[in-house]
Design a protein around this ligand. Sequence first.
Ligand code: ATP
Ligand SMILES: Nc1ccn([C@H]2C[C@H](O)[C@@H](COP(=O)(O)O)O2)c(=O)n1
Length: 234
Amino acid sequence: MQVPYKMNDSAVPVITLDGPSASGKGTIARLASQALGFHYLDSGALYRLVALAAMQANVDAHDEQRLADIALHLDVVFSDTSVWLDGKNVGDEIRAESCGEFASRIAHLPALRAGLLDRQRAFRKPPGLVADGRDMGSVVFPDAVLKIYLTASTEERAHRRYKQLMDKGISANIENLLQALRERDERDSNRALSPLQRSGDAKLLDTTCLTIEQVVDKVLEMYAETRDKASGDA
Ligand SMILES: Nc1ncnc2c1ncn2[C@@H]1O[C@H](COP(=O)(O)OP(=O)(O)OP(=O)(O)O)[C@@H](O)[C@H]1O
Ligand SMILES: Nc1ccn([C@H]2C[C@H](O)[C@@H](COP(=O)(O)O)O2)c(=O)n1
């Protein structure tokens, strides 16, 4: 397990991107982190890894103690191109819709979320971090210098996911994807703990009509404005 950066965490800038499924959080967070030379945290991947490990061990979605135990003891390595669980490349397996669905069904459990907290915070290392998920700005990094709520219409998100699956040679049906996205949004937004919601201090970025490049530019612009303001205030 990684050792959290302890000296003065608050000196390490964090940009958070929270939002619904298939809004583009992962794509944008990764590209923005590369542009800034920052570290990148895909928090959804951690929930998916717990889901995958649980499915492989036939753990019930209601067995909070065992799921929390899995979360605490995940043997995971992130590389630039993939994710390794117990020494096995599971990059494709965790991206499966079934894995995302199971992750969403277990993500409401308090002990599981608590079990992933330190692991997520350990990604905060100099020179900075871009983190994407559902509760990055509200719970995991409440002192982030820039919080963005990234979204797009449900239809556009379903279209993006459809194209993503087709490009990978996985057959999909747009109506089923729409339905699955609506159910996932509903579940992620209505749980009691750390629900997906735009917090008051998060900037809204609706990407429905924007290209990936335009969204990345917007995020970098917002970060530059935040830094300019901070140096003006100092
Ligand atoms: N602005 C955009 N315009 C067009 N396509 C986009 C845009 N942003 C992202 N995409 C595409 O949409 C798909 C979904 O993006 P991505 O996987 O980054 O979403 P996500 O929010 O991280 O999803 P999840 O929460 O399910 O992990 C990808 O194929 C990505 O290339
Ligand atoms: N910060 C997070 C990240 C993810 N989850 C849960 C809810 C999602 O539906 C699921 C999969 O995430 P994705 O890879 O689609 O971003 O994991 C969460 O509760 N909190």
